[in-house]
Every structure is written in structure tokens, then in C-alpha cells.
Design a protein around this ligand. Structure first.
Ligand SMILES: *Cc1c(COP(=O)(O)O)cnc(C)c1O
Length: 471
């Protein structure tokens, strides 16, 4: 399997190179050249497999001959062995139609663990026996940072530098990052900076040839294809439990960067019978406007109680525009350049028609979010987090054919967002026992002025130089 850029001009890469790369050199994102397909019989044969075995089966066509099937299974067993629930992503029934897919049983309590636990192992696998060293640089508004740090802490040949805007992540989120004390983990709190400022610094570093000439700088956000690939698996796991390949399932997905829901699109392309993918946004609703009316224009970001969805420009949406709109890289490159200048564009007819049959969307405000948290608590005895509540609210309102089950993806554990949950339902969710002492743990973090030069100097001082990758 090789991977091509959504903007058409970067050289195709194999799975190993695409995992170690960030953005394509033409500014696009990598997607598989074609979608592997499973038949109904193939899907039926997956019923009842343990999660790690299902994961290896679903991912093998994307990995190709970069990793042997037996070795891939060892890696998935190792990655998912660290989850606190034996089913890894258990499915819970709410009522006749509604189900919850719990994706938060990993080490840092958000769905980001499902992909990042595997990605950490893939990095190590691909560096084995080489003299290369990876420098991961990322910006986080909370959940990606802790999941990425947990996944690579203590690994040889990898350093991680994680930037967060000082004072603007929750205390639980900060402590989940800063209490990981390891020589290869560097937490940076940026003074007088927003998440967008931090993100802009990371992008600048990827384009800074002075840095990229000395260090092998890698991305761990969802522009990394391997992350999306790992997320395809739980769509299969849930739909098969609900009757695939013989019955269709709908999914409601709390969406920010469009990574999680794009993985659902991939599952559908691979032959999984999906009735609808409901893109649930908070009041930062650019994706809802784009999918319902074709208007893709960025407004300012409004902070909400679901901060991981407070996003203006969703990087992975470009992957859908490419795939649904006819896979014309040159045309998309031009369209995206226009968007980068004007911060606004119209979807083409091909892009709208290509996404209309599978995608629906909904915008959920703060009142509807609280109502969904109360509904889950009063009717089902479940305490759900604000992001999950946005998905559930959209699921409860969705117009679907009779008999189609709808699965809401539960993207974080409620305890990660305790104060917002308590404000909505009057119940304060508790951290699981393995994190019970989080508030007493030692922290390690460097405060830096919110300037690019300060960050680049710090990374250059602490990172390990690496020869270029042989592709
Ligand atoms: C990252 C995140 C999201 C958004 O997921 P995308 O893949 O960026 O769309 C939703 N909920 C939680 C809790 C998250 O951490």
C-alpha cells in the first residue's frame, strides 16, 4: 500500500515513511492510494475476535509489507493490553436505539489513547536498528498532549516536546502531562499564548530548515495517518456487535479536527455497512455549516466546556474533500490555498454530493449539552463528559430509519472534565483508582516566553540530532 498527498504533488510514501512524516511536502495530508475492501463474509468472520486481533486484521492492508502480520498482532496486543477494560472499547446500551461506545479506558482517559498507544510502538518499531532519532513536537489544548506523552515516555530514540498555553488547560489535563517524569519528556508552558499561538509555532518549526536540517521532527496530531488507521478499528468492533454485515449502524461523533469521524468514513469505504456518520459540533460549528450548506468559513473560536472541540480549522476535513470530491489533488491544492488566504470557501458540488449520502451534522449549544448529560444520568445512570454529551444530543435528535441503532462515541471520561459535569448534573465524577493520587504527584514543566525563538532554542538545546530518513 502506498500513500498519496491530498494536494497531488508530493512523492508517494510507504506506510513506514508516512508514519514517521508529518504533513506532505506540498502542504497536503497523506491518504491511501486506494481503499482496501472487506466482503460481507470477511466482516462476518471478524465477529467475536478479541480487540487486538480485530485491530491487526483491519489494519494489515494499510500496513502492507512494512510489518509482518504476526508482528503487527504482537504490537496491537501490547498497545491494548494497557487498557483498563478487557473489551478495550466496550459498547453500552442506553435504550432501544442508543448505544455508547466507551473509548476512554486507556491510560489518559480519552480516545486519543487508542491511536497513540499504538503509534508510540510503531515509532519504536520503525527506528529499531537504525541510527535515527525522532523529535516529536506538538501543541495541545489538553488530551493529545497527555496521550502522546504516556505513549512515548521512557522510549529510546524519541524525545517529545509538548507545548501548552500556560493556565489554559484544566488542572487534571496539565497534571496528566507534567507528572510524567522521564528524561525524554519535555513539557513547555507558554506564557501569554493561546492554543492557536502554540500550534502556529509548531507549524513554523516544521517549515524551519535550520531545525529540520538537524532534527527529525515528527507530528503526533491527527494529520498523522497511522492515528486515523487505528481509529477505524472501533467502528468495526461496534458495528459487528450490532449486526454487521447484516445490519446497518449509525454513529454520532463529537468532532473537532475531523480525525475521529474521518476514520468512520474510512470504515465505510472498506465495506462496513454504516447508515450515517453524524458530525456533532459545539457552537464552533464550521463543519456543521460546511456539511449542511457548503459554507466553509472560519469565524473566531468561542471557548466552551468541550475544549477539545473548540477548533476553527479542522485539518482532516481536507482528507474528506479530497476523497469525496473526486481525488483531484491539483484542484484541491488551489482550493485550499484560496481558503488559507480568505479563511472562507464554498464546497464544490462534487464535494457536497460525495459526502451527502454518508454524512449528517448537528450543532449543539451549551444548554443542549447539559440536557444530554442529564438525560444520560436520569435515564441510564451514566455520567458522561461534555464532549460525549454533544454527540449524544445529536444522536437523540437524529432522523434515522426505524431499527437502525445509533452509537455515540464517548471520547473522554467524565472525570477529566469534573467541574463542567458537576455544574450540569450536580455529580462530581471521580478519577479512577490508578489516577487517584494525580493531584499529589510531582510535576516537571518549563515555563517559556510565548515566542518562537524561545521555543526553538529550547528544543535545539535538548533534542538529539538525527540523520535524515532513508525513504
Ligand atoms: C480530540 C477530542 C475530540 C475531537 O476529536 P477529532 O478527532 O479532533 O474530531 C472530541 N472529544 C475529545 C474528548 C477529544 O479529546
Amino acid at each position: 500500500m502506498d500513500y498519496i498527498s491530498t494536494r497531488g504533488s508530493a512523492a508517494p510514501l510507504d506506510f513506514r515513511s508516512v508514519t514517521l512524516a508529518g504533513l506532505a511536502s506540498d502542504g497536503g495530508l497523506y491518504v491511501p492510494r486506494e481503499w482496501p475492501r472487506f466482503s460481507g463474509d470477511d466482516i462476518a468472520a471478524m465477529a467475536g475476535l478479541p480487540y487486538a486481533e480485530l485491530a491487526a486484521k483491519v489494519m494489515q492492508p494499510f500496513v502492507g509489507d512494512c510489518i509482518a502480520p504476526e508482528r503487527l498482532l504482537e504490537l496491537t496486543r501490547q498497545a491494548y493490553g494497557r487498557f483498563a477494560h478487557k473489551a478495550v472499547t466496550p459498547l453500552v446500551q442506553f435504550d432501544e436505539r442508543n448505544w455508547l461506545l466507551e473509548l476512554f479506558h486507556g491510560p489518559t482517559l480519552a480516545f486519543k489513547d487508542v491511536a497513540l498507544q499504538l503509534l508510540g510502538l510503531l515509532f519504536e518499531e520503525f527506528l529499531k536498528g537504525s541510527d535515527q532519532h525522532l523529535t516529536i513536537v506538538g501543541a495541545t489544548s489538553g488530551d493529545t498532549g497527555s496521550a502522546a506523552i504516556d505513549a512515548v515516555a521512557g522510549r529510546e530514540k524519541i524525545d517529545i516536546f509538548m507545548l501548552h498555553p500556560k493556565g489554559r488547560v484544566s488542572e487534571v489535563q496539565r497534571r496528566q502531562m507534567t507528572s510524567v517524569i522521564a528524561p525524554n519528556v519535555h513539557n513547555i508552558a507558554l506564557e501569554d499564548a493561546s492554543f492557536d499561538d502554540a500550534q502556529a509555532m509548531v507549524k513554523r518549526m516544521f517549515a524551519d530548515t535550520d531545525m529540520t536540517g538537524r532534527f527529525r521532527i515528527t507530528a503526533v496530531n491527527s494529520i498523522n495517518w497511522a492515528r486515523l488507521m487505528a481509529q477505524v478499528v472501533y467502528y468495526f468492533a461496534a458495528a459487528i456487535q450490532l449486526g454487521a454485515p447484516h445490519r446497518k449502524t449509525a454513529f454520532s461523533v463529537p468532532t473537532g479536527n475531523f480525525g475521529d469521524v474521518f476514520a468512520g468514513h474510512v470504515a465505510a469505504r472498506m465495506g462496513l455497512p454504516i447508515e450515517k456518520l453524524i458530525v456533532a459540533t459545539n457552537v464552533n460549528d464550521i463543519l456543521h455549516r460546511a456539511l449542511s450548506s457548503g459554507d466553509y468559513s472560519a469565524h473566531g473560536v468561542t471557548p466552551t466546556d468541550a475544549p477539545s472541540m473548540d477548533i476553527q480549522v479542522s485539518s482532516n476535513f481536507e482528507r474528506l474533500l479530497f476523497d469525496a470530491g473526486g481525488r483531484d489533488g491539483a484542484a484541491l491544492a488551489q482550493q485550499m490555498r484560496g481558503f488559507e488566504g480568505a479563511k472562507a470557501m464554498q464546497l464544490t458540488n462534487a464535494q457536497r454530493e460525495g459526502s451527502a449520502s454518508l454524512f449528517a451534522s448537528a450543532r449543539v449549544d451549551a444548554r443542549q449539552m447539559s440536557a444530554a448529560m442529564r438525560w444520560a444520568h436520569d435515564n441510564c445512570g451514566a455520567v458522561i463528559d461534555p464532549h460525549t454529551a454533544i454527540g449524544l444530543s445529536a444522536a437523540l435528535e437524529a432522523d434515522l430509519p426505524r431499527g437502525v441503532p445509533v452509537v455515540t462515541l464517548a471520547t473522554a471520561a467524565a472525570a477529566k472534565f469534573g467541574p463542567a459535569v458537576e455544574a450540569a448534573i450536580g455529580v462530581s465524577p471521580r478519577l479512577p483508582p490508578r489516577l487517584a493520587d494525580l493531584m499529589d504527584r510531582e510535576e516537571a514543566c518549563t515555563d517559556l516566553p510565548g515566542t518562537y525563538d524561545a521555543v526553538a532554542a529550547f528544543v535545539a538545546q535538548h533534542a538529539t540530532p538525527s540523520p535524515a530518513l532513508a525513504d
